[in-house]
Design a protein around this ligand. Structure first.
Ligand SMILES: *Cc1c(COP(=O)(O)O)cnc(C)c1O
Length: 375
């Protein structure tokens, strides 16, 4: 461990001991302190700490009053939570295709997917890069449709200088350990500038309570633990440094790979920065490349191998959880050509803010050699 690592460890140990001393494990003072710091970091009025990135999405949708049968426009190319939250509320995901270069939803596909039933749009800021909110918000404003940014992978990144999670009606994020800002268990947050939505989201995260044992609405047990909050407070001090390190390592991957003639590197559009939650390239003969990299001790992963619209769970949702009257169409999907190509070609390389130069060079050289030998 380097010096910074030791300092962080000592700080976390001390902080956990303090929580054990005061004993307020649920909604202790650290939660409020963290919420204030996160809201300031993101640049919004309100932050509500919640139990996970998935619950953050559910809470956001509930606060918007999403009802069974409502349509939510979203991407088919994301982690399952994005669609799970929609389906749990009985709403209908409407999948539109992604942009070939950024893998985020292509704003050009939004307008034709809007119907009278459209009650929200959930763009995902995939791999660490914000979706094109400047364009997406135009539709939100003209059709009066709220927009939830699923910022589980993009916390810390920027779009036109503004932070992810401040870019739309509500921003949600996850503090799952492997996310850009990770805690040591499950955690997440909702962000908004809207006072009423903030109040609703806070209530929903505490069983819909506005005061003890008085329940205004149906909610869930969706709070962020005090221990996770205090760990995040310790890690937040180093976070901006990690954001910078992530950007440096991501850019270095791109520069070195391109120098060596590999051009299918991530495209970060000019108005964005990325925190490279994943460093994801595009390859042909992916499964061979995965195997050969694995032989060299280099782990990779595929985000994501199956489109959300192709998940078995969506084929079954009808019978399992939806009341009969909603047993019509579980989801709607427009042409998803780009998303389909993406599932077959994307490959995520090892990426984290402490990746050493040697390790990174090994990954780059191995990928170049393997790619040349088989493609
Ligand atoms: C990780 C992730 C989530 C879910 O976050 P959890 O904290 O694991 O519930 C949601 N959306 C995306 C895009 C994610 O990557």
């Amino acid at each position: 461990m380097d010096e910074e690592g030791i300092t962080l460890r000592q700080d976390i140990d001390k902080r956990i001991r303090l929580v054990l001393d005061h004993g307020r494990y649920i909604l202790g003072p650290e939660v409020g302190e963290l919420e204030e710091k996160l809201a300031a970091y993101v640049g919004v009025k309100h932050c509500i700490g919640v139990s996970s990135g998935t619950d953050a999405l559910i809470i956001a949708l509930m606060a918007l009053g999403i009802q069974p049968g409502d349509e939510i426009i979203t991407t088919p190319f994301s982690f399952f939570s994005t669609v799970e939250a929609i389906l749990l509320l009985g709403a209908k995901p409407v999948f539109i295709d992604i942009d070939k270069k950024t893998y985020n939803i292509d704003p050009q596909n939004i307008e034709s997917a809007i119907s009278k039933k459209t009650k929200a749009i959930i763009p995902v800021s995939l791999y660490g890069q914000p979706s094109d909110f400047k364009e997406i918000n135009k539709f939100g404003n003209s059709y009066k449709i709220p927009i939830i940014e699923d910022g589980a992978q993009s916390f810390g990144s920027r779009h036109h200088g503004e932070r992810s999670c401040s870019l739309s009606t509500i921003g949600t994020t996850s503090f799952f350990p492997s996310k850009p800002l990770g805690c040591y268990g499950d955690g997440g947050a909702c962000f908004t500038n809207d006072d009423l939505l903030a109040k609703r989201m806070r209530e929903i995260s505490i069983h819909g309570q506005n005061q003890r044992y008085a329940h205004n609405q149906i909610g869930l047990n969706g709070r962020l633990d005090t221990i996770q909050a205090t760990i995040l407070l310790a890690k937040l001090k180093f976070f901006e440094k990690e954001v910078i390190a992530r950007e440096r390592i991501g850019k270095k991957y791109t520069n070195l790979l391109q120098e060596k003639g590999f051009s299918e590197t991530p495209f970060i559009s000019q108005e964005n920065t990325s925190v490279y939650a994943q460093y994801t390239v595009k390859v042909q003969n992916r499964s061979r490349i995965v195997d050969l990299l694995k032989d060299k001790g280099i782990p990779t992963s595929i985000h994501y191998p199956i489109l959300l619209s192709d998940q078995k769970a969506l084929k079954k949702t009808n019978k399992l959880i939806l009341p009969k009257i909603f047993q019509r169409e579980v989801y709607k999907a427009y042409s998803l050509d780009q998303a389909n190509y993406a599932t077959k070609e994307v490959l995520s390389l090892p990426m984290h803010p402490l990746l050493t130069q040697d390790d990174q060079n090994l990954v780059i050289n191995s990928l170049i050699d393997i790619n040349k030998s088989i493609n």
